[in-house]
Design a protein around this ligand. Sequence first.
Ligand SMILES: Nc1ncnc2c1ncn2[C@@H]1O[C@H](COP(=O)(O)OP(=O)(O)OP(=O)(O)O)[C@@H](O)[C@H]1O
Ligand SMILES: [Mg+2]
Length: 237
Amino acid sequence: MDKFPLHRSDRYIRLEMVGQGSFGKITRAMDTVLDRCVVLKKQPMESEAAQRELMAYKVFAAHPSAHVLSLYDYFTEHKMGEGHRLVIVYELCDCSLHHIFKSPPCRGNGLAPPKFAAYIKGTCSGLAHLHGLGIVHGDFSLKNLLVKGTACVVADPGAAHSAQDFSLRPDEEVTTAYIRAPERLLGEARSSAAIDLWACGVVAWCMATGECAWYMNDGLDVLLAYNTLLGRASPGE
Ligand SMILES: Nc1ncnc2c1ncn2[C@@H]1O[C@H](COP(=O)(O)OP(=O)(O)OP(=O)(O)O)[C@@H](O)[C@H]1O
Ligand SMILES: [Mg+2]
């Protein structure tokens, strides 16, 4: 008998939730064909994030890296009331850097230097790989960096875009506020690899100190916090 089931989704037995995504739950599952645990991420088929994520992974398939989360498979599902959903199957990681940032011993103290160095090496190597391919990640936040043992990999390229000639109006901004670069907070529409470098610096700060005085959800609050910490900034500075 054919080892592959009729419906692709039958191959995966869904277990518990491991995270909450913008469009739904991220679920640990058992791959019954390869007998290994994986992660399923379900998103509306037509969402821009899903399309960007798949597009980026097509590039990573041609240019793989140990510092980028591995995509194993993808398929579509249709459920009454939910419409068509894209399900992407990823390698399972232990947790996100955000989880480590929020938990002892990192919380309030920062990581011990060897751990910090190992995670930041993975983070920077993953980012260098994307930038080398001409891709800006666009949302390089603690929740989008995943830990596997002592390694850290870059995940969730749902906001990824070209490093050349890409603009986004401030009202189209959907990315995480506390890692958003000051020029974007001040209304600069053009994007470049520089916005990821700022975010990478914020990630390093968070992991080195275990705190972040501008860890806020709203861009305006982050800007006000920068004004308090650094003095007033203006466009072009
Ligand atoms: N492969 C994985 N292994 C373990 N945990 C994961 C994995 N993928 C995602 N998660 C968990 O789920 C969370 C959300 O995942 P992800 O960022 O991909 O979803 P999202 O819908 O793009 O969310 P957001 O829009 O908030 O960034 C992660 O922060 C992490 O805690
Ligand atoms: Mg995410």
